[in-house]
Design a binder for this molecule. Structure first.
Ligand code: SF4
Ligand code: SF4
Length: 181
């Protein structure tokens, strides 16, 4: 492990992550996380790494990308730590630090593109966006896509929400708040 206290302190200050120093390593978060078995490290271990300054390992973990914001961990944490919020911060920091984007980020971006344009998801546009970035993964899901299409469960044609101008204003505001955060 190579400790990077400067980056760790940036997480504490810029990303309001200092409260993870209150973590007592009880493991309740990892034990209650529905995705823990797929994560490189559960939230408990991830926070231990950050506290130790092992930022490279922490920022390269898939943990925060697999977090589905279910808040199970947060409501159960005996120290009231905002675990889910820290997952968002670690994602943001990983992007800012230029860590190679994982597939999950590309899935988010592919999902987001049609939503930003039309105010709602168009399944095929999202799948195509992801497929362009990860053709092999997309091919692997082809069978599932065909089954969904056969059952009429795939939306091919974009449908735009009625107040798209209002929706875009909301998106702009969200981006502005993100820039300020
Ligand atoms: S539940 Fe809270 S105190 Fe316990 S390990 Fe997780 S973050 Fe730390
Ligand atoms: S909010 Fe994220 S880290 Fe916490 S339990 Fe849910 S998936 Fe796991």
């Amino acid at each position: 492990m190579t400790a990077d206290p400067v980056l760790r302190d940036r997480f504490f200050k810029k990303y309001h992550g200092a409260e993870i120093q209150n973590c007592i390593q009880c493991g309740t978060c990892s034990g209650s996380c529905p995705l823990a078995e797929h994560m490189d490290f559960g939230p408990r271990q991830l926070f231990a790494m950050v506290r130790e300054g092992d930022m490279s390992a922490a920022l390269h973990a898939n943990t925060m990308w697999l977090c589905v914001s279910c808040y199970h961990c947060m409501v159960k944490c005996p120290r009231g730590i905002s675990i889910t919020d820290h997952m968002y911060s670690l994602k943001k920091m990983a992007v800012e630090e230029g860590v190679k984007a994982p597939k999950m980020l590309h899935l988010y971006l592919s999902f987001n593109a049609p939503v930003e344009k039309h105010g709602r998801l168009t399944d095929v546009a999202a799948m195509a966006g992801f497929g362009l970035r990860h053709p092999l993964a997309a091919l692997g899901n082809m069978g599932l896509g065909m089954k969904l299409a056969a059952k009429n469960r795939l939306e091919f044609k974009p449908r735009t929400v009625s107040n798209i101008a209002g929706f875009k204003k909301v998106m702009e505001k969200a981006k502005e708040l993100e820039r300020l955060s």
